[in-house]
Write a new protein. Structure first.
Lengths: 1049, 522
């Protein structure tokens, strides 16, 4: 038998040889149009299985017969064919960059790879240069305005901003709405994104919808950002060095009045009827500025008296200093046939606009691949980040104090509080509010965070059609905070002169240590098979995840030795608390793909999860997804033949994803664990003298709590025309999120204050679109402009009959950000004046507006329209980039507003120059349901103190007074860079190129006139809360500008 | 082959699913207790009520003429105008119901458990005490539907007129439960640790129950119908102060709540200095209305030169509160914390009901014919009990040396011999007698249980303040009052905003701070 087989083979061989010519060895190089070699390009003989790949120099060798055709292809390049001719054995080929990016391979859910043409959902890929062209410290800020449907919000400004990352609007009432972050195929806590070195990122893929990410399991309903870090490249090692300097200054400030200074009619009335000036008063309800010299503060113990001109200065905004950031980074990339290596390091040091605030961050990264054998490949990726803050804990207070201080107070002169007698707390002019410089110095914290993020992956391909992958990922964060207020003892003179308003500061110290670790294991196998025109691809796998965290917190008040910040340095015993949390998740999943003739693709996924934080039998659940992609331009000859059509893809998908939403904060170290049982806690000072005393916890939990489910579909079209000079994409989506997990506030008469239940439904629908046009392109010039627009419409369908309104984030006044059925999610909810056809009803005698104490919907807090406009102009090695972003269709409540009115510093309080006035747009009840326009009833006291502006009921407590449009335009990014090629540097063979650039971020902020407060992106409720639309005394918004120089060796 | 593979896949899946169960069965809380006992909850609930009583005292003092704004502060807003919003004093509502839930849990845990009869009875009495506070502050409140957790997420409101009799029944049943406990030889008794008010003295608890019941019946004065208006004379009424002290100390979180609010934090930071004595209340000590050197020196800082003010006057002429300590602290400012009066020290107990109040209630009951005692005797006992409480040191047991309550109460009679507010014999009409009793009660409650003084004023119109006058010794109404009443005072505060948000269908609407009356008020 064996013999005859050999015979047969021989026979075949000879017969083949007889009908064709002898193959010869063909060599050559594959280069890109600019002459750089293309490694790993595929060179194969058409109609046969023979093929090879190019080496790092782009060289190939292949045996082929004359007359055969070579097909040369490489990722990101257009394939070319060469017909071999007799007598020639060397062919160099240059490939042009592919415009058919549909063939590009991208990472999709679960670490599986997919070609863009196969994706049945909206996906946007951003590359390194799109993320780093303005050299941000936190890469999150670079995403703003670039991707339709992605909303990045800087919630608080300050030295190290925290960003809220939401795709397609909010869908969970109180659960997590932020996009899943995946780093090198491992799901990581959101905080990791801001702690990456942006230069380490190869690609950042935004998957807007749940169907794209369903495979990631119960965190996927919010879409995902999939970050892939750089790998070393085969070939000549490349070393990069760079340095960036960035300056920061505030670019917007609450509008403050400059007409009136400190005082008020509480101090009496001048002969002309104006209120009396007071040298110590912090409220600006005094007389109009006249420029004369006045006393400021009490006389000091030594008799010295500070005198200042009674006129307005700019110190309240000049207090915020111009600050400086320096980033240095290096990276090394190298590789050979068996392994690659990428090493990088970055150090960033940042100072803040708040005097004394400092932040630094160091990151290291080691990424590599290793071919262990023909069948086994190993990949590893390790990142280490440490960040350190030294910042004041009194930021909000300081801002508040600044806004309380009358415009005639020269704040900048109070810098040296240790040496200057007027700046020292004893001599500071204001008995109620501290010198902001002293406050910044005296209330501080040092925060330390160390992150280690790593993963190891083994790929094993026992047979060509089967791939088995095992991956282990780990994220661990180890942090500590030491916060303190130093003690300060006033002189008896200062205490008595201020009537006790200056009282000794006992000082305090708190210390917090915490860690969390997230471990993830994944094993999956993919089997591929092609049957005629069908490509089948089946993946099955399992995944486990374990979260652990622990914290210890201790504090003391009452320090003994000033300046010593240790728990032992106290007159009292420390109080302490701690917590340990653990949660687990296990999942089984499968993915089935079938492609037909390379233009029609169907993908179905399914996953079943088991979670520890819910009770059986509700702790396991299944969720499926299906998507379809149809490349019409490849399917129909008529479209193929259309001259100007490059591609046309139609896509659609459907999915259902479960999410266990027991915490709104994706970074919460509790992971939602232990939320189901009632708790009892020691309260009211217990334990007392060896006796314990417990109080019943205030949360009720619905028995049988389930995960919430987001079901939805999306459909879209991707189009490219005119040799990709025009690219367009549009997506429509619609989702319904049901079974919301809501810790609803309830009447305290029930004995409890909140009730955790499954209830409510939110619908989200919207459009995401992007248009990119390259109107002008020559050898030297490329001009590209693009616009991305998204429309988001989310609506609360229902909550619970017993809970008609659900506060998501609210103030003690009841005003806040609410979920209310029938309205967008969330809405601003609060008090308003009583109105008749929009006019404010005022009292016929006092002229004072009447307040409706029943809370009203005052507008949607959700951004409806988002537009990004950018332009890229290249001229040779010179490149200019500009990006504008608009957001609108939403309202914000400026919770700081009443503060500025209280202090009399706000521009509102001088609308009528402190005179009696007719309340604008007001009507008077004429009886019998009739109202007449108010033309003559004035508010009697148009001043502060006991006048209108400081009246809690009539003015400050009325929410609608501080609700303004949330719209803005921002000049997000502007950068100009020039790359000097090695040639220009004298061909020194050391430096390959040198790039210099100048760049700015958030350079300008344009707000509607009514918004006299601050950046509408801010959220007083914090980064983790869905209660958006509330701003307060966050740091003033800033612009950033600077320059970068980088070398490649 | 095919069969085997699908079978083995099924096995793997099953194995995985069952191991998942174990893998995910880790959701037991390692950080907090998930069960509790009556022994653990009751003492805390009593101390919680004591903490809340500080809030009620603040509310009563601000509305009821005991306190006024001090110099150097602004932002009094509705404290001056009485134009209350739903957020004013809203903490009273939530914290009282929160404490009530703790008592209700004790009642639920001990239901049918004879050995825990005393726990059950105490929880019932305290529940009645707390519900009365709510009714007296808010009129109609959730009662029958309240404290039911998931079974009553939006509790309906009960008519205040029906809650009072229900509380009286609850108090009677508590006494029955105490008797049942007395008859049970295995009954679990309480001690000073588990009962921070009476140290396990169940007789005092029964007296406390009867005194609360007496207060309910007197205060309703015919506006509500009680099923049982009799009292057990073997038990009687409170003759000692009902004071909660779990071991308050100058330690973080463990100070007496009133001291902590008004005088000083455990670390030495100043307490609330935005308020100081109201000239009106002060006039009952400095001779403007009555002369009371004994209690004046006991209570006030630097008496009789204590800084004081008329509510609503906010000029710079208004003195500041004392630079250290507090206007209601009479002791030495150099070493705070071992004084007599209302702010004795950080370790003093928190009174829930003074013996003086008990005596004045009895005196009124005598006058009204509800009890058969002698009004004058109870009246004099009430004054003496007031002196006695105020002269106690922070241990609430020792009369400070050099202070003699009996002698000073007698001196008080001599100093005000011509006033029927002090000399009961001069009060010849029932109205005068009632005025004397209520005025003395008002004085005895000064800055201790101020809310009861405010309640009694709204019920009886005493002490007299019926006509608004700019004379700060004749009226305690704010000079900036927006009230339309002749006394220019408010009638009540509003329901909290939380009820309008979370229980909107049930909370009464149209409540006015000037015209809506508590059912017993005039």
């Amino acid at each position: 038998m064996r013999k005859s087989l050999t015979l047969l083979a021989l026979l075949l061989f000879y017969s083949l040889a007889a009908i064709s010519q002898t193959p010869t060895t063909i060599t050559g190089r594959v280069l890109s149009k600019d002459g750089t070699p293309i490694p790993d390009a595929s060179v194969r003989i058409e109609g046969s299985k023979t093929g090879t790949t190019t080496n790092v120099k782009g060289e190939y060798t292949i045996k082929a017969r004359p007359g055969a055709t070579l097909i040369i292809s490489a990722i990101s390049f257009t394939s070319e064919k060469i017909k071999l001719v007799e007598g020639r054995d060397s062919y160099n080929i240059s490939l042009s960059a592919s415009t058919k990016f549909l063939d590009e391979v991208v990472v999709s859910a679960g670490g599986l790879k997919a070609r863009k043409k196969e994706q049945g959902y909206n996906a946007t890929e951003l590359k390194t240069e799109q993320l780093t062209n303005t050299a941000p410290v936190d890469v999150t800020s670079a995403l703003s305005g670039k991707v339709a449907g992605l909303q990045i919000s800087d919630v608080g400004g300050g030295i190290n901003q925290s960003y809220r990352v939401v795709l397609r609007g909010q869908r969970s009432l109180l659960g997590n709405n932020q996009a899943l972050i995946v780093l090198d195929n491992v799901v990581v806590p959101n905080s990791v994104l801001g702690n990456l070195n942006p230069d380490d990122i190869q690609t950042l893929e935004v998957l807007n919808g749940a169907s794209a990410v369903a495979l990631y399991g119960s965190e996927a309903s919010n879409g995902a950002l999939i970050v892939t870090t750089k790998k070393g490249k085969k070939g000549i090692p490349e070393v990069k060095l760079g340095n960036t300097s960035t300056w920061q200054q505030i670019n917007s400030y609450p509008k403050l009045q400059k007409e009136f200074g400190g005082g008020g009619n509480g101090y009496g009335v001048n002969p002309d009827g104006s209120p009396t000036f007071s040298p110590i008063e912090n409220q600006s309800y005094g007389p109009a500025f006249d420029g004369k010299m006045v006393n400021l503060g009490y006389p000091l113990e030594n008799g010295d008296q500070l005198k200042v001109p009674y006129k307005a200065n700019n110190d309240r905004s000049d207090f915020w200093q111009k600050s400086y950031t320096n980033q240095s980074d290096f990276s090394v990339s190298s590789g050979n046939d068996n392994s690659t290596l990428y090493l990088s390091g970055q150090y960033a040091s940042v100072s803040g606009v708040m005097p004394g605030d400092r932040y630094n961050r160091a990151t290291l990264r080691l990424n590599g691949t290793r071919r262990v054998s023909d069948k086994i490949n190993g990949t590893y990726s390790i990142g280490w980040t440490q960040n350190r803050y030294n910042i004041t804990t009194a930021g909000g207070d300081i801002y508040n104090n600044l806004l309380n201080i009358p415009a005639n107070v020269p704040i900048l002169m109070f810098k040296d509080w240790r040496t200057n007698e007027y700046s020292n707390p004893n001599g500071f002019e204001n008995p109620w509010y501290q010198n902001p410089y002293f406050e910044a110095d005296n209330n501080r914290q040092k925060v330390r965070n160390d992150y280690l993020v790593g993963n190891v992956q083994l790929d094993y391909a026992p047979i060509p059609s089967l791939d088995i992958t095992a991956r282990v990922g780990m994220t661990t964060n180890n942090g500590s905070t030491l916060a303190w207020t130093d003690k300060f003892t006033y002189t008896p003179y200062a205490i008595s002169e201020s009537g006790g308003s200056k009282s000794n500061i006992p000082g305090s110290v708190s210390s917090n240590n915490n860690y969390y670790t997230r471990l993830e294991g994944n094993v999956y196998a993919t089997y591929k098979k092609t049957v005629s025109k069908f490509d089948f691809n089946l993946t099955g796998g399992w995944s486990i995840r374990q979260n652990n965290s622990q914290f210890t917190y201790a504090s003391v008040t009452g320090l003994v030795v000033p300046g010593l910040f240790n728990l032992s340095n106290s007159t009292s015993l420390p109080t302490a608390s701690d917590g340990t949390f653990e949660s687990r998740l296990a999942g089984l999943y499968g993915d089935f793909k079938v492609g037909f003739d390379n233009y029609l693709f169907l993908e179905a996924t399914g996953r079943n999860d088991w979670v520890s934080i819910l009770n059986p039998p509700n702790n396991h659940f299944f969720y499926p997804s299906v998507s379809l992609s149809f490349v019409a331009s490849d399917a129909f000859q008529a479209l193929k033949d259309m001259r100007n059509l490059d591609y046309l893809k139609l896509r659609g998908s459907w999915s259902k994803v479960g999410q266990v939403n027991l915490t709104a904060d994706p970074n919460s170290p509790t992971f939602g664990a232990y939320s189901l049982q009632p708790t009892y806690y020691q309260n009211n000072g217990y334990p007392f003298q060896g006796v314990a005393g417990y109080s019943v916890g205030n949360q009720l939990v619905q028995p049988g709590l389930k995960p919430e489910f987001t079901k939805g579909y999306e459909g879209g079209i991707d189009l490219a025309m005119f040799k990709n000079r025009l690219q367009a994409t549009v997506t429509y989506y619609s989702t319904h999120t049901t079974n919301q997990t809501v810790p609803a506030n309830i009447s305290s008469a029930s004995g409890y204050t909140s009730f955790l239940l499954n209830s409510g439904e939110v619908s989200n629908k919207g459009i995401e679109s992007k248009l990119t046009v390259t109107p002008y392109q020559t050898k030297l010039w490329t001009v590209t402009v693009s616009a991305n627009y998204s429309y988001t419409d989310n609506k609360v369908i229902s909550i619970n009959p017993a809970l008609p309104t659900l506060p998501v984030a609210s103030y003690s006044s009841g005003a806040g950000s609410y979920a209310i059925p029938g309205y967008q999610f969330p809405v601003i909810y609060g008090t308003d004046y009583k109105r008749y056809q929009g006019h404010v009803i005022v009292d016929a005698v006092t002229g004072l507006p009447e307040v409706n104490q029943t809370l009203q919907v005052l507008g949607s807090a959700a951004v409806k329209n988002q537009l990004g406009l950018d332009a890229n102009v290249r001229y040779g090695s010179l490149s200019l980039y500009v990006l504008f972003e608009y957001r609108g269709g939403n309202k914000i409540y400026n919770a700081g507003g009443p503060t500025y009115d209280w202090s009399g510093t706000s521009i509102r309080t001088v609308a009528f120059h402190r005179q009696r006035f007719i309340f604008p747009n007001s009507v008077i009840d004429a009886g019998g349901g009739k109202y007449v326009t108010n033309t003559n009833v004035l508010i009697q006291n148009g001043n502060g103190n006991d006048g209108f502006w400081t009246d809690q009921t009539e003015n400050m407590g009325v929410t609608s007074n501080y609700v303004t449009s949330g719209a803005f335009w921002k000049l997000r990014q502007l950068s100009l860079s020039y790359t000097f090629p090695g040639k220009m540097l004298g061909n020194n063979k050391v430096i390959k190129n040198l790039t210099v650039s100048a760049q700015g971020r958030n350079l300008f902020l344009w707000l509607p006139k009514t918004n006299i407060y601050t950046d509408p992106e801010y959220s007083d409720a914090g980064q983790a809360s869905n209660g958006i639309g509330l701003t307060n005394l966050q740091a003033p918004p800033s612009r950033y500008f600077g320059g970068t120089i980088s070398f490649t060796f | 082959m095919k069969k085997i593979s699908s079978l083995s896949i099924a096995t793997v899946v099953l194995l995985f699913a069952s191991s998942c169960k174990k893998f995910t069965n880790i959701n037991n809380n390692p950080n907090a207790a998930t069960t509790s006992t009556a022994e653990a909850i009751l003492p805390q609930a009593i101390v919680y009520t004591a903490a809340n009583s500080n809030g009620y005292n603040t509310y009563g003092a601000e509305l009821g003429g005991y306190a006024a704004n001090a110099g150097g502060y602004g932002g009094f807003g509705s404290s001056w105008t009485y134009d209350f919003g739903p957020n004013d004093y809203s903490g009273l509502w939530s914290s009282t119901y929160d404490a009530l839930e703790d008592f209700q849990t004790v009642i639920n845990i001990t239901a049918g458990d004879k050995d825990h009869s005393y726990y059950n009875a105490i929880a019932r009495i305290m529940e009645a005490y707390n519900f009365e506070l709510l009714v007296d502050t808010y009129n109609n409140v959730p009662y029958t539907d309240a404290l039911k957790g998931t079974k009553g997420l939006t509790p309906k409101y009960d008519d205040a007129k029906t809650i009072y009799p229900a509380l009286a029944v609850q108090l009677d049943s508590a006494i029955t439960v105490i008797h049942a406990g007395d008859a049970d030889q295995n009954v679990i008794t309480l001690n000073t640790g588990t009962d921070p008010m009476f140290g396990g003295d169940m007789t005092k608890w029964a007296q406390f129950a009867q005194t609360i019941k007496l207060r309910l019946i007197i205060r309703a004065s015919g506006a509500a119908t009680f099923s049982n208006t009799s009292f057990d004379s073997n038990i009687g009424f409170l003759t000692t102060d009902a004071i909660v002290n779990p071991g308050y100390a100058k330690v973080n979180g463990q100070q007496n709540p009133a001291w902590n609010t008004w005088v000083q934090s455990y670390a030495g930071a100043n307490g609330n200095r935005a308020w100081m004595p109201n000239t009106y209340a002060f006039s009952f000590y400095n001779g403007d209305n009555l002369l009371d050197n004994g209690r004046g020196y006991a209570i006030y800082f630097n008496f009789p030169n204590t800084p004081n003010n008329q509510l609503g006057v906010g000029t710079t002429a208004v003195p500041s509160a004392p630079a250290t300590a507090n206007a209601w602290y009479s002791g030495s400012t150099s070493s705070l914390g071992n004084a007599v009066g209302v702010m004795k020290g950080p370790n003093m107990g928190q009174p829930l009901m003074l013996a003086a109040e008990s005596y004045f209630l009895q005196a009124e009951a005598d006058v009204r014919g509800i009890l058969g005692g002698t009004a004058k005797t109870d009246f004099l006992n009430g004054i003496e009990a007031s002196f006695h409480y105020l002269y106690l040191l922070p241990d609430d047991a020792t009369v400070a040396s050099g202070w003699d309550p009996v002698a000073d109460a007698a001196q008080y009679q001599l100093d005000n011999a011509t006033s029927y507010l002090v000399n009961f014999d001069l009060a010849t009409t029932q109205a005068q007698q009632l005025e004397a009793i209520i005025t003395q009660k008002y004085i005895a409650l000064n800055f201790i249980n101020s809310q009861e003084g405010w309640n009694e004023y709204r019920r009886t119109g005493y002490p007299k303040c019926s006509q608004f006058t700019v004379d700060p010794t004749k009226s305690f109404a704010s000079t900036l009052s927006q009230s339309s009443r002749t006394d220019r005072l408010p009638t009540r505060i509003l329901y909290p905003a939380s009820e309008y948000s979370y229980n909107a269908a049930n909370v009464p609407s149209g409540i006015s701070p000037y015209t809506s009356l508590i059912f017993w008020a005039h």
